[in-house]
Ligand binder design. Structure first.
Ligand code: ADP
Ligand code: MG
Length: 349
C-alpha cells in the first residue's frame, strides 16, 4: 500500500549525525503523524537530544534529510521552522519578567502590542500563572518556571512542539501534575509533539507512540501498551520497567508458542502470582505454569509487595498488590509461583 505522506507531519529519512568519530544518531528513519504525541525514550547518551536538535535546526545532519509537512527543511534555519521548544533547562530569559518572556515569540512574529497582551493573559490563565506576570524567572519555583517555558512554547500557536526532558527537574508530585497538564494541553491544542526523555513513566503516560533509542539507533517503535507488554528486545524489556529474564532458569518454560532462536523468555513481575504452598489449586490450572520456590526476601512498598523468590537457579521478582485478607509471605517460606503461559514473552537478546 502507498504510504500516506500527508499524515506524516515530521519525517526523518536516514538521518546520521556524527561528532568526530562518534555517531550520535545513526541512520534514523522515523515519521510522526499530525497531532501525534511521540516520545523518544532512551538512556543518557543514546542520541535523544541530538535528534531533537536536528529537528529544531540547531544541528545539521551529516547524512539524510528531515521533512516537515512533506518539505525538506535542510535549508530552513531554526527560527523559521515554526516550532515551540521547551529545553531541558527551560532556558527562560533571566533578565525578562514572565510577561516579557511570553511576549518574545510574538514580537518575533511581528504581532502588535494589544494582541500580545491579550494572548499573554490568555495563556497565563491557561497554565495557572495569572498574577505572576511581573515576576522574574529567579523568583519562580521550578514548577512555575516549567509552566512559563511551556506557555512560551505554545503562545504563538506553532504546529509542532518539541520537549527535551521537560519534567526532569521537578519532584515527583509536581511531575505527575505536570504530566496531566501537558497531556491536556496536547489534547486541547492538537499540536504535533515530539518529547525526549529517559523516564519510562513519563513516556508511558504521555505518548501516543514511543520510540526506544539505544546508542543512536531505534530499538523499537510502538504504542506504550505494546512496548511495555510486547518488548521486541531484552534491552527494551529492561528499560521499560522490571523484567524477569529466564535464561537457563533451571526449569522448563511452558509457553504457548515455540521459542524463536536468538530470543530469551521474559515475564513481568506483576504477571506472576505468589501463594502459600498449601493454597488451593486454580480451576484453570492448565493455562498456568506453576513452580515452587523459597521466598528470599520481601520488600514492602506501600500499595505493593515485592518478593524475590528462589526457583531452581533463578531469583524471580514478583510484584503483588497489597489486598485486604492477603497475608504477606516471609523470607524462608516455601511458596508456589504461577503465571499464565500466555504471559511469557520471547525477546531478542
Ligand atoms: P541524550 O540526549 O540521549 O542523552 P545526546 O543526543 O545528548 O544524548 O548525545 C548523544 C551522544 O553524542 C553522546 O555520546 C554525547 O556525548 C554526544 N554529543 C552530544 N552533543 C555533542 C557535541 N556537541 N559534541 C560532541 N559530542 C556530543
Ligand atoms: Mg539529552
Amino acid at each position: 500500500m502507498e504510504k500516506d505522506v500527508t499524515l506524516a507531519q515530521i519525517e526523518f529519512r536516514n538521518v546520521t549525525k556524527t561528532y568526530g568519530a562518534l555517531a550520535a544518531v545513526k541512520d534514523l528513519s522515523l515519521s510522526v503523524r499530525r497531532g501525534e504525541f511521540l516520545t523518544i525514550l532512551g538512556p543518557s547518551g543514546s542520541g535523544k537530544t541530538t535528534s531533537l536538535m536536528l529537528l529544531a535546526g540547531f544541528q545539521a545532519p551529516n547524512q539524510g534529510e528531515i521533512f516537515i509537512a512533506g518539505k525538506s527543511v535542510a535549508a530552513v534555519p531554526s527560527y523559521r521552522r515554526d516550532q515551540g521548544i521547551v529545553f531541558q533547562s527551560y532556558a527562560l530569559f533571566p533578565h525578562l519578567n514572565v510577561r516579557r518572556n511570553l511576549e518574545f515569540p510574538l514580537e518575533m512574529r511581528g504581532i502588535k502590542a494589544a494582541e500580545r497582551t491579550m494572548r499573554v493573559d490568555r495563556i497565563l490563565a491557561r497554565v495557572h500563572l495569572d498574577g505572576l506576570e511581573d515576576r522574574m524567572p529567579s523568583q519562580l519555583s521550578g514548577g512555575q518556571q516549567q509552566r512559563v517555558a511551556l506557555a512560551r512554547a505554545l503562545i504563538a500557536d506553532p504546529p509542532i512542539l518539541l520537549l527535551d526532558e521537560p519534567l526532569g527537574a521537578l519532584d515527583r508530585n509536581l511531575r505527575e501534575q505536570m504530566q496531566t497538564e501537558i497531556k491536556s494541553l496536547h489534547k486541547e491544542f492538537g499540536i504535533t509533539t515530539v518529547c525526549v526523555t529517559h523516564d519510562q513513566d513519563e513516556a508511558l503516560t504521555l505518548s501516543d507512540r514511543i520510540v526506544v533509542m539505544r546508542a543512536g539507533r531505534i530499538e523499537q517503535t510502538d504504542t506504550p501498551e505494546a512496548i511495555y507488554d510486547r518488548p521486541a528486545t531484552q534491552f527494551v524489556a529492561k528499560f521499560l520497567g522490571e523484567a524477569n529474564i529466564l535464561e537457563n532458569p533451571g526449569f522448563t518454560i511452558e509457553a504457548n508458542a515455540p521459542q524463536p532462536s536468538g530470543t530469551v523468555a521474559m515475564i513481568r513481575p506483576e504477571r506472576i502470582c505468589i501463594v502459600a504452598l498449601n493454597a488451593p489449586k486454580r480451576v484453570d490450572v492448565d493455562q498456568y505454569q506453576s513452580v515452587t520456590g523459597t521466598v528470599d526476601n520481601m520488600i514492602y512498598a506501600g500499595p505493593l509487595r515485592k518478593y524475590h523468590v528462589r526457583v531452581g537457579s533463578t531469583l524471580l521478582v514478583v510484584r503483588e498488590h497489597v489486598a485486604s485478607g492477603r497475608r504477606a509471605l516471609q523470607p524462608g517460606d516455601e511458596a508456589r509461583v504461577e503465571w499464565l503461559r500466555s504471559d511469557v514473552r520471547f525477546v531478542a537478546v
